[in-house]
Design a protein around this ligand. Structure first.
Ligand SMILES: [Mn+2]
Length: 301
């Protein structure tokens, strides 16, 4: 077995790929991993389930590096090569809902408020970002970010925290008990979100719902329908894929390729949001006969 290369060299073909919560334009976006995933994946249908580009009108917090460029380029290239690319905006890219009319096509990418997909084995799926069910998670949004890792770390921190407290004569205070309660609340909130989405899909005659939004990948049966959350590319790097026989699977790109979430991001490029997007889009709207030009961003655009 050759273990020298952590990334498999060949492309994996899927019938469909679902990704969301990429948050391109922010420092937290793991665009380098997503670019790897997209390069090594081919599919007939690519569903972008919201929060792909994050608030590109807010220049102050805008972050863009070469990997962000590459992700955008790979998505547009897929659309150009015949992949059915559907973009269902979320709450962080809601400018696409507000200012760009839905049911149009940009560079071969179809913009829709919601999408439907029938799997190869005949299951009807509703595709929606999920933020319309925000009220059920609103109070636990921060808490929902607390995963097992945070909890385990907190247990260790708690031990030292209390050693210091004891030394200064303070009584023992259980950070872990407090966190446990918070995690319990977060788990309850996630459950409410999952149930609300599943019930909505069921009442509308779907066999399942694909969503994102809460950055928590999941695939399970809820009240008789499939709840499928494709996760995110910020805290975890996950995608939902459909195989050619209709089988659905969650892909954890970091775990599968033994990558480290602690790797440092590439240096930031000094590109304004509009210029970065325009440059990549312009390349793909150019006449197809010309080979794609190297992307050069000019400050005068
Ligand atoms: Mn969202």
């Amino acid at each position: 077995m050759n273990a020298s290369s952590p990334i498999r060299p060949t492309q994996t073909a899927y019938r469909s790929v679902f990704i969301s919560d990429v948050h391109m334009g922010t420092r937290g976006c793991r665009a380098e991993f997503l670019a790897d995933f997209l390069k090594q994946t081919s599919c007939e249908n690519l569903f972008l389930v919201g929060d792909i580009i994050d608030g590109w009108r807010l220049k102050r917090s805008w972050f863009w590096d070469k990997h962000h460029d590459e992700v955008l380029r790979l998505i547009l290239k897929a659309a150009r090569s015949g992949t059915n690319v559907v973009y269902v905006p979320g709450n962080h890219d809601e400018m696409l809902r507000k200012y760009i009319s839905l049911n149009i096509e940009i560079c071969g990418v179809k913009l829709q408020m919601e999408a439907e997909h029938t799997t190869a084995d005949g299951r009807k799926l509703l595709i929606t970002h999920g933020d319309s069910f925000d009220s059920v998670v609103r109070h636990a949004k921060l808490l929902a970010l607390l995963g097992d890792w945070a909890y385990t770390t907190a247990l260790v921190v708690n031990r030292y925290f209390n050693m210091v407290r004891t030394r200064f004569g303070y009584p023992y205070w259980s950070l872990s008990a407090w966190l446990k309660l918070q995690v319990k609340e977060a788990v309850k909130a996630i459950d409410r979100f999952e149930t609300a989405l599943a019930d909505d899909a069921k009442s509308r005659g779907f066999d399942g719902v694909v969503c994102g939004h809460i950055h928590h990948a999941e695939m399970r049966q809820v009240n008789g329908v499939m709840y499928l959350n494709d996760g995110d590319w910020v805290e975890s790097c996950t995608a939902l894929v459909e195989h050619f026989d209709g089988r659905l699977e969650l892909v954890d790109w970091v775990a599968r390729n033994k990558l480290s979430m602690l790797a440092r991001p590439a240096p930031k490029l000094s590109v304004a949001p509009a210029a970065a997007l325009q440059a990549v889009v312009a390349e793909f709207t150019a006449p197809q006969s010309e080979p794609p030009a190297t992307h050069v961003v000019s400050a005068s655009t």
